[in-house]
Design a protein around this ligand. Sequence first.
Ligand code: NAD
Ligand code: UD1
Length: 337
Amino acid sequence: MKVLVTGGAGYIGTHCLVELMQAGIEPVVLDNLSNADPSALARVEQITGQAPIFIEGDIRDHRVLELTFQAHRPQAVLHLAGLKAVGESVEKPLEYYDNNIAGTLQLLHTMREYQCRQIVFSSSATVYGDPQTLPIPESAPIGGTTNPYGTSKYMIERILSDWAHADPQAQVIALRYFNPVGAHPSGLIGEDPKGLPNNLMPFIQKVAVGELEQLSVFGDDYDTIDGTGVRDYLHVVDLAKGHLAAIQRMLRESDTGFEAINLGTGNGISVLQMVNAFERASDQTVAYQIAPRRPGDIAACYADASCALDKLNWRAELDLTQMCQDAWRWQQFIAGK
Ligand code: NAD
Ligand code: UD1
């Protein structure tokens, strides 16, 4: 059974490929390599012993989509392709809306043409904006987004929900990721952001390995355990297993319609707690200074993860130490490349 994985050569995509292949599902990767290196697919092959089918192409290109569906007839789609840098999305909103929204529309048109009606979409906890309740349940209001990236996720959820409403056979699951971190325990795949990392974990990794001097901790005066920002970090392997669980549920059950499901651990971790955990796991010092708050940041964000357990029988299993150990193993691998 084949599943199309758009964006499958990227950070989360490669981890999903491993889980799918190990469960006997054949992934077909469609990726334009705008933020990925094909060598990551070779390393997926090293882990799984099989090469994933790979098509280099853009989801906005109708011809490429047609050829992909014609040749492979995927039963379902994991839709991860998208641009994801928050700051860049503020500078280039049209590029973000074009890539993320126009790309999704092309994909849905082609799916309809080929009667493929099952899709799992990479959404984000960013759709909740500044949450009113913690932990955040799926029923919390969405749409209070503060940047084009977040707004594109919100708009795609609306499009998918309307599509599912109009087609009684459509099955859509929007997975709202909290903060994916870490890497595959093999140390062969992970995230390797170009330039200065925007996100906490890759920044800490580069300080620990000596590529960056020190971390700026954005704010120590939030109403949190130690004043620094609190987030729900989850291991990328757990996240990938959540995708497998979503696909398997779709294949097993005929529940139709649109569902949004949080993927998080349910635990809030502060910036300083993360720094300490990383220092312990890597046996390195992570130098840091307290800096002003980052504009647009919120104090705390963590999931009510009960719906994923209920509906997907999924819960995060890997703890903070494993996230840090695996991130560190991967960081050493890329530093030595
Ligand atoms: P990534 O950049 O590593 O992966 C995205 C992949 O999509 C890349 O390989 C890129 O080359 C490809 N791509 C982008 N536009 C494309 C297009 N038009 N056609 C074909 N391929 C295209 O990012 P990731 O961290 O693996 O994220 C995967 C998805 O999960 C994204 O949609 C992202 O918005 C979402 N998400 C990520 C996070 C996170 O923290 N990493 C959090 C929430 C949601
Ligand atoms: C970021 C994105 C969000 C996306 C999420 C996915 C921004 C503004 N938001 O969220 O849209 O869905 O990633 O994982 O980019 N921090 C520091 N120093 C740093 C970097 C971060 O102190 O150098 C702090 C932040 O202030 C925050 C925490 O670390 O409290 C986590 O930050 P980050 O990893 O960027 O994730 P989010 O802000 O949750």
